[in-house]
Design a protein around this ligand. Structure first.
Ligand code: SD4
Length: 341
């Protein structure tokens, strides 16, 4: 095991120093598909805003789109107050934190991914190393952890019995009053998917999560699945997902959003149409608990959720905002099962 801590810290100091103080987290109503400025950073949820800001700072300083993705996501992974990504990630049913992440580069159509990785502080960095240093796309479990340690990535102990107990108590409280808990814990079981359009028109993206709290050991969600939780096509745009991964990966959700943009839909329309298609086929209908964010090559962006109120973060050189995407209405999806013969 060769952990070069100094190099590790030096590599990451830009991203951490670049994180500005938390600005307003209140979501602005409405969403946007306006033709945009470049560079552009779009991510899931209000907690993505500080990651966007860090990513933008890297881009404006002349850094690469992959550095912007990795170091941007680093900020959220480093936040122990975020209970669903990185250091704060939620334990599975065995009390163990297993993390999922992936990264994708438009140029070269390259991808790297780790799933169910334990004891590594920054799975997004492990995913990037898989992409850049191996002939593979995806490493899982112990193999992924050993690879990350050999690459000198920081190891952490995040499987404490106290954390698991605290998580179980919190879940019990949430079950007792589910409406309140979502309000109090808007970051509960969520994912950061972060998309970058560089000033030169190249696109990259990344995704990181602990996935579902209490999941079965070994469960892998959509987030590290290329085409599921993230997809980048340098000719078209990029999309990322958050929500119930099982309802994303069965439909190649992010791939679907990008393909709909290829057909001419705006990012917001593409997110909505992908959700409609999933909701029409899925036995759960609009109860699928899925949201998408997307951007296209022209610098347009958008998002939508299967339910109203999905909030996402959008950052340009001149502004950094939290917006609310539209939700898919039950009347909007056409007959459920209508495309089944
Ligand atoms: C998963 N999609 O593992 C992730 C978790 C998430 O809101 O985004 N929850 O299924």
């Amino acid at each position: 095991m060769n952990i070069n801590r100094r190099k590790f810290l030096a590599q990451t100091s830009i991203g951490l120093a670049a994180a500005p103080a938390l600005a307003s987290r209140a979501a602005e109503p409405g969403s946007a598909t306006v033709q945009g400025e470049r560079p552009l950073v779009v991510s899931t949820w209000p907690f993505g805003k500080v990651s966007n800001d860090a990513a933008m700072k890297i881009l404006l300083a002349g850094g690469s789109i992959l550095d912007a993705v990795e170091k941007g996501i680093w900020v959220t992974e480093s936040d122990r107050g975020n209970s669903s990504v990185g250091l704060g990630g939620m334990p599975n049913a065995a009390g163990v934190v297993q993390l999922d992440a992936c990264i994708m580069s438009g140029p070269g159509h390259r991808a790297g991914s780790v799933a169910a990785i334990e004891g590594i502080a920054h799975p997004i960095s492990a995913a990037r190393r898989v992409m850049e240093k191996t002939p593979h796309v995806m490493l899982v479990g112990e193999g992924a952890r050993m690879f990350a340690l050999e690459e000198g990535l920081e190891s952490i102990e995040n499987n404490t019995a106290e954390r698991y107990k605290a998580w179980r108590e919190k879940r019990a409280a949430e079950k007792a009053s589910p409406k309140d808990s979502k309000k109090k814990n808007p970051g509960n079981h969520d994912t950061i998917a972060l998309l970058v359009l560089g000033a030169d028109g190249n696109i990259a993206g990344g995704c990181s999560t602990s996935g579902w709290g209490g999941k079965l050991p070994g469960r892998v969600g959509d987030s590290p699945i290329i085409g599921g939780g993230l997809y980048v096509d340098n000719e078209v745009g990029a999309a990322g997902a958050t929500g119930l991964g099982e309802n994303v990966m069965r439909y190649c959700g992010s791939f679907l959003v990008v393909e709909l943009m290829r057909q001419g839909l705006t990012p917001e329309e593409a997110c909505l149409e992908a959700l409609r298609r999933i909701a029409r086929q899925d036995p759960k209908g609009t109860g699928i608990s899925v949201s998408f964010v997307a951007l296209d090559k022209k610098g347009r962006y958008g998002a939508a959720g299967s339910a109203k109120g999905f909030t996402y973060s959008v950052t340009t050189p001149t502004s950094s905002r939290v917006l609310t995407g539209p939700g898919v209405g039950a009347l909007d999806i056409g007959p459920i099962g209508g495309n089944r013969k």
